[in-house]
Design a protein around this ligand. Structure first.
Ligand code: UDP
Ligand code: MG
Length: 316
């Protein structure tokens, strides 16, 4: 099979018929063999009924329905597990992404050999309150992930080699960082394609302003777990040692001052009146805490079920 289209959706009943016939049209025009996997993320409108209708019309349609709303990432994850096409394409259900991009995305994966191609909504039709923070967010994501050629991490329209989606785990709200997840899993050929974007035709956006806070928190989590997830002591131990070292220097300063005043016979201030005394004290406490966090982290990572889960590319 050439293509699997994975579409996570939450209350998008109005858009679905138009989206489905548009995808069908594009696929037929280009003679692709394909499947469309709709993942209904606990919709409370008629979305599922409509998907059941599609299924009766076409054998290319598959549907997964969550019992409740889990989020876009879990939706993608389940769609990915089910996808069988050589190339997997994700798109939003709200008609903001255009199915006309599919053939070129497919070509880029198949012929140019990309592992992942991400859409870039160069000209966006979203309110300013969304586009400006998004720019900042993408700049941070580029810096932290080291994927410098991507302008738009969170574009819903993306294409993947099948093997890529089977090797990444999209959880929480990590759909914003799939290129980074792919890179962490060892897929480095990541490209970008400028795509058409449209204003939302029906319904309204499912993500509020909390997306920016959560987005940054997730980015920090991802950075930390990818760098130190398997060796937390390297992080906590380093900063613990730095704390102990500062604390030691402050202790030396406090003691020298005290001994000097004793030797010189000058008035002797209490050690507790020196700022270094407090630095030494807090340094020791924080240092101990950091080492404890490190040890606990090591214990947890030793016990994690996927501690020896390495991505093997080839074996002969
Ligand atoms: N979505 C979902 N579960 C959710 C929220 C969103 O499956 O909990 C789907 C939604 O139906 C759409 C896609 O994710 O197909 C992108 O959502 P939306 O268009 O609201 O995001 P935006 O374009 O505003 O970033
Ligand atoms: Mg949208």
């Amino acid at each position: 099979m050439d293509i699997s289209v994975v579409i996570p959706l939450y209350n998008e009943a109005e858009s679905l018929p138009e989206l489905f016939s548009w995808i069908e049209r594009v696929m037929d025009e280009h003679h692709f063999t394909y499947e469309i996997i709709f993942v209904d993320d606990g919709s409370t409108d008629d979305s599922w009924k409509i998907i059941e209708g599609f299924k009766q019309r076409s054998a290319c349609v598959h549907g997964i329905r969550f019992r409740r709303n889990y989020g876009k990432s879990p939706g993608l994850h389940c769609g990915f597990q089910r996808a069988q096409g050589d190339v997997v394409i994700t798109m939003d259900a709200d008609l903001q992404d255009s199915p006309d991009e599919i053939p070129e995305l497919y070509r880029m994966i198949k012929e140019d050999g990309y592992d992942l191609v991400s859409g870039w909504k160069k000209k966006r039709y979203d309110p300013l309150s969304k586009t400006i923070p998004t720019k900042l967010f993408n700049a941070t994501a580029r810096k932290i992930s080291g994927i410098h050629n991507l302008h738009d991490f969170n574009c819903g329209l993306k294409a993947y080699k099948n093997i890529v989606v089977k090797n990444i785990e999209v959880y929480n709200d990590m759909h914003r960082y799939i290129p980074y997840l792919a890179k962490i899993a060892g897929f480095n050929k990541i490209g970008e394609k400028v795509v058409h974007h449209q204003a939302r035709k029906y319904g309204k956006t499912k993500f509020g302003l909390d997306r920016f806070v959560n987005g940054y928190l997730d980015l920090i989590t991802l950075w930390f777990t990818s760098k130190f997830g398997k060796k937390p002591m390297h992080f906590f131990g380093l900063w613990g040692s730095v704390m102990f070292f500062l604390s030691f220097l402050s202790l030396v300063a406090v003691l020298t001052a005290k001994l000097f005043s004793l030797w010189a016979g000058s008035p002797r201030p209490l050690v507790a009146s020196s700022p270094f005394f407090y630095i030494a004290l807090t340094g020791m406490i924080v240092g101990t805490q950091l080492f404890l966090a490190g040890f606990i982290g090591e214990l947890i990572s030793r016990n994690s079920p996927n501690r020896n889960n390495y991505k093997i590319a080839d074996e002969i």
